[in-house]
Design a protein around this ligand. Structure first.
Ligand code: GUN
Length: 283
C-alpha cells in the first residue's frame, strides 16, 4: 500500500469537538440546538442510521427528538408532523429518514420541510442555492467529502475531479461543490461508455454508485485522491465500498477506507448543519 489513509473517524472527532463547543456557546445563550429525526416504518438499516444520529446529538450537546411512526402512517399525517416541526422553536433541523414507505411521496415530504431547517440539504431550495452559489444547507455526505479534501490540504482549484454517480443526495451536489471550489468536473454514470478513460485523467475521484469494485487499480492515475462513498457488503458479508481498496491503495496518493472514511463524516456534517441552523436563528 502506497496511499495515505484519510481517516474519517479522526477528522470527525476533531469536527465534533468544534460542534460541541458551538453547541455549548449557543446553550449558554439560551438556545440549545435541536434536531428532529423522523423515522417511518421498520427498515433495519434506517433504524441503525437514525440511532447513530440521535446518539451523535447527545454526545455533542445537541438536543434531539426521535419520532418513530408505523409504516401505515399516511402521507397527510406525515406532512402534518413536518409542518408542526417547522413551527416548533426548539427544533432547528428536521430530518426525515429515507427511504419512506412506497405510499408516501418523499419529494412532497422534503418540499414541506422549511428550507431554514433542511439540515439534510435535500430541499429544492437548498439544491438551487448550491447551484447558484447562494447560502443554503449542503447535503451532508458531499459536504463531508469536501472537508476530507481540506483536511489533507488538497485544494480542488485547477484539479480534474471525476464523480462517479449522479444521485441527488451525493453525485450531483458533490459535482456542484467541486465546481464551486474551481475544479474541472466530469460526472460519470451508468450510461458512460468508457469510465476508465475518464477516471485515469482524474486528480480526484469520488465513487458514489453503491456497487463493489466500480473503481479498480488500472483505472486510477498514480497519486490521485480517491474518495469512496460506497457502503456495500462483500461475499463474506463484510462492509466494503465502491472502490477495490486493496488494489487502488497501491496506486492512489490518498484513499478513504470503508468503514471509517466517509461514513462517520456524514453524521458529523449533519451536526454541523444543525448548529449552523441554530446559529442563524439565534443571530
Ligand atoms: N437515507 C440514507 N441516507 C440518508 C440521509 O443522509 N438522510 C436521510 N434523510 N435519509 C437517508
Amino acid at each position: 500500500m502506497t496511499a495515505q489513509l484519510i481517516d474519517g473517524n479522526a477528522l470527525s472527532r476533531q469536527l465534533r469537538g468544534e460542534v460541541a463547543q458551538r453547541a455549548a456557546a449557543l446553550t449558554a445563550r439560551g438556545v440549545t440546538p435541536g434536531l428532529a429525526v423522523v423515522l417511518v416504518g421498520d427498515n433495519q438499516a434506517s433504524a441503525v442510521y437514525v440511532r447513530n444520529k440521535v446518539k451523535a446529538c447527545a454526545d455533542n450537546g445537541l438536543h434531539s427528538v426521535l419520532e418513530k411512526y408505523d409504516a401505515s402512517m399516511t402521507e397527510a399525517e406525515l406532512l402534518a408532523r413536518v409542518e408542526a416541526l417547522n413551527e416548533d422553536p426548539s427544533i432547528h433541523g428536521i430530518l426525515v429518514q429515507l427511504p419512506l414507505p412506497a405510499h408516501i411521496d418523499a419529494h412532497k415530504v422534503i418540499e414541506t420541510i422549511s428550507p431554514e431547517k433542511d439540515v439534510d440539504g435535500f430541499h429544492v431550495a437548498s439544491a438551487g442555492a448550491l447551484m447558484v452559489g447562494q447560502p443554503g444547507f449542503k447535503p451532508c455526505t458531499p459536504y463531508g467529502c469536501m472537508k476530507m479534501l481540506e483536511s489533507i490540504g488538497v485544494n480542488p482549484r485547477g484539479k480534474h475531479a471525476v464523480v462517479i454517480g449522479r444521485s441527488n443526495i451525493v453525485g450531483k451536489p458533490m459535482a456542484m461543490l467541486l465546481l464551486a471550489a474551481n475544479a474541472t468536473v466530469t460526472v460519470c454514470h451508468s450510461a458512460t461508455p468508457d469510465l476508465a478513460h475518464h477516471t485515469r485523467q482524474a486528480d480526484i475521484v469520488v465513487a458514489a454508485v453503491g456497487k463493489r469494485n466500480v473503481l479498480t487499480a488500472d483505472m486510477v492515475k498514480p497519486g490521485a485522491v480517491v474518495i469512496d462513498v460506497g457502503m456495500n457488503r462483500n461475499d463474506e458479508g463484510k462492509l466494503c465500498g465502491d472502490v477495490d481498496f486493496a488494489g487502488v491503495s497501491d496506486v492512489a496518493g490518498w484513499i478513504t477506507p470503508v468503514p471509517g472514511g466517509v461514513g462517520p463524516m456524514t453524521i458529523t456534517m449533519l451536526l454541523v448543519n444543525t448548529i449552523e441552523a441554530a446559529e442563524r436563528r439565534a443571530g
